[in-house]
Design a protein around this ligand. Structure first.
Ligand SMILES: [Zn+2]
Length: 202
């Protein structure tokens, strides 16, 4: 993932990731293989600390091409991601239709939308299409804001809708992905609508 040196939060995560820089390749590969075993079979919030730690390791491992060196064997439930050949750990986001499922190792598209199993596509598509106009409220132009009358209220309502839609993603959509993927992560925030993980209790 690209680090934005201007972003205090990115710099903080960069600092967090230093612990993994001290791991040699074999230690890092083993840590990841073991952690993948602990992540297996569950739906994870993107904000979960264990997942956050794994993602830092994954990005570093991607830079060092750890998975191509075959130093440790990931649990058998994980198939190889087509994007970077790391064990497939997909992230479900509101941009699913355009970006597919996002790889937690290389941040590329791990599974394009059209390659997601048919059984999952229709509910996921309906969800993403319901979400799109809600998210768009954050990006309304002045003309749209004015025609809405009270934009603050429209924004607040959109944030509430986003919280409800994200909870639905976690409770109804993501669990179905476990029939096809070892683990699934969902993006438990909407930064444009100022929805934070703690706004989406499950
Ligand atoms: Zn990848």
């Amino acid at each position: 993932m690209a680090i934005d040196p201007e972003s205090p939060l990115d710099r903080l995560w960069q600092e967090y990731s230093e612990v993994f820089r001290d791991f040699d390749d074999l230690t890092l590969a083993r840590w990841m293989a073991q952690t993948l075993g602990q992540l297996e079979g569950r739906v994870w919030r993107l904000s979960h600390p264990l997942l956050g730690a794994f993602r830092l390791a994954a990005q570093l491992a991607h830079d060092r091409q750890i998975w191509l060196k075959r130093l440790a064997t990931p649990p058998a439930a994980y198939v190889e991601a087509a994007c970077c050949r790391a064990p497939l750990l997909p992230l479900l986001t509101r941009d699913l239709l355009e970006s597919g499922l996002v790889c937690q190792h290389c941040s590329g598209t791990a599974v394009p939308f059209e390659e997601i199993p048919d059984k999952l596509q229709s509910t996921a598509k309906a969800w993403a299409e319901e979400y799109a106009p809600v998210h768009a409220v954050a990006h309304w132009e002045d003309r749209q804001r004015k025609s809405a009358g009270n934009y603050d209220r429209a924004f607040e309502n959109a944030a509430k809708d986003a919280e409800r839609l994200l909870a639905r993603a976690a409770q109804q959509i993501a669990p179905e992905f476990l029939d096809f993927y070892a683990t699934i992560v969902w993006e438990d925030q909407d930064e444009c609508l100022e929805v934070r993980p703690e706004d989406i209790p499950l």
